[in-house]
Ligand binder design. Structure first.
Ligand SMILES: Nc1nc2c(ncn2[C@@H]2O[C@H](COP(=O)(O)OP(=O)(O)OP(=O)(O)O)[C@@H](O)[C@H]2O)c(=O)[nH]1
Ligand SMILES: [Mg+2]
Length: 320
């Protein structure tokens, strides 16, 4: 990888000199939940356009309220179909919903954007539902600052629940969905035997495990195998296409959220991973060994500081 230049830095951390026209009105509209204003900023974020940063800095203090639900699992397991059903269920509870579909990069799932649009279509006209696909362009693979920023934008829009779909293949790398408040691992029959699942490390993630395609008889076998392999974890059989099994799944998700303890504690991991990702992309090397000051993480958690400004200040002080 090339050494990042100072323009790379301003792309990710902002340039104090940059002025954005109508910034206040733009921010206000996003906070009101305006879809067009949010979409415009998401496009800037996706393209790593530095003019996004001043807006993100202003929005940041209005974030941290949404519940984040990660939906991960192999390509074709039925994640998007399940998300569609989850939206319906959450809307019945009058919760506003944001969905971020992180484009699957594996060739198996080509055409995912169109597929996602079609499968989530019933909610396109609902103002309380905002769905967006996002291309990952992290120089180091899956996770990139854009993904964190996209979550902040949906959060600032006032979405109460944000569903994050990523293809999880069980490699060592952290996926954005794994940083959510609760992670739902979606599996379905016909993806190979259980030994392969174990080998892939796929079963290491997921607070709640879904066996989807419950209408197929092979799903029973997978369900029982999983019960043996991960006896301590909630496993729910669902037929996403028919909308079966959703109430039980929602209650397990709710339980997992409660069991996970105070949200602040869980969010620290999210913040540390966000800082790590920003650092990695701005200084161009892996930063696994950088230790994060508890007080600084806390300041971000409480929205007294934002991640972009904090890293800038570290650079100024020569800490990195
Ligand atoms: N039989 C059956 N098929 C299902 C069910 N849910 C989803 N499918 C089918 O499984 C295929 C993949 O569904 P998606 O929802 O696109 O799966 P995905 O995990 O989002 O896939 P990617 O985004 O490509 O990783 C589609 O053909 C769905 O129609 C189900 O409950 N039963
Ligand atoms: Mg999908």
């Amino acid at each position: 990888m090339q050494k990042p230049s100072s323009s790379d830095r301003s792309r990710l951390l902002g340039d104090p000199g940059v002025r954005v026209k109508n910034r206040e009105a733009w921010v206000r509209k996003i906070l009101e939940g305006d879809v067009r204003s949010a979409s415009r900023l998401l496009t800037l974020v996706e393209n790593q356009d530095p003019t996004a940063i001043p807006l993100l800095k202003t929005l940041f203090r209005h974030t941290g309220n949404a519940t984040l639900i990660g939906i991960t699992g192999p390509a074709g397991a039925g994640k998007s179909t399940l998300i569609n059903q989850l939206i319906t269920a959450l809307r019945k509870e009058k919760r506003s919903v944001g969905v971020l579909a992180i484009d699957p990069t594996s060739p198996l799932s080509g055409g995912a954007i169109l597929g996602d649009r079609l499968r989530m279509h019933p909610h396109f006209l609902d103002r309380e539902v905002f769905i967006r696909s996002l291309a990952t362009r992290g120089a180091w693979g899956g996770i990139s600052p854009a993904l964190f920023n996209a979550i902040h934008i949906l959060d600032a829009m006032g979405k109460e629940t944000i569903l994050i779909e990523t293809v999880g293949v069980g490699q060592d790398e952290v996926e954005i969905a794994d940083l959510a408040d609760v992670v739902v691992l979606v599996l379905s029959p016909g993806m190979g035997d259980e030994v392969q699942l174990m080998k892939a490390g796929l079963l290491e993630i997921g607070d709640v495990v879904v066996v989807n395609k419950g209408d197929l008889k092979e799903s029973r076998r997978l369900f029982y195998q999983l019960q043996e392999m991960i006896p301590d974890r909630p496993i729910v059989k669902v037929a996403a296409e028919k909308g079966e099994g959703l109430p039980l799944l929602l209650s397990k998700i709710g339980r997992a959220l409660t069991d996970a303890g105070p949200r602040g504690e869980r969010r620290k991991r999210f913040i540390i991973e966000e800082l790590r990702t920003l650092l990695r992309e701005t200084i161009g090397k892996s930063v696994l060994k950088v230790s994060f000051d508890e007080k600084e993480v806390e300041a971000i958690l409480l929205r007294k500081r934002d991640p972009y400004g904090l890293i800038r200040s570290w650079m100024k002080k020569g800490k990195i």
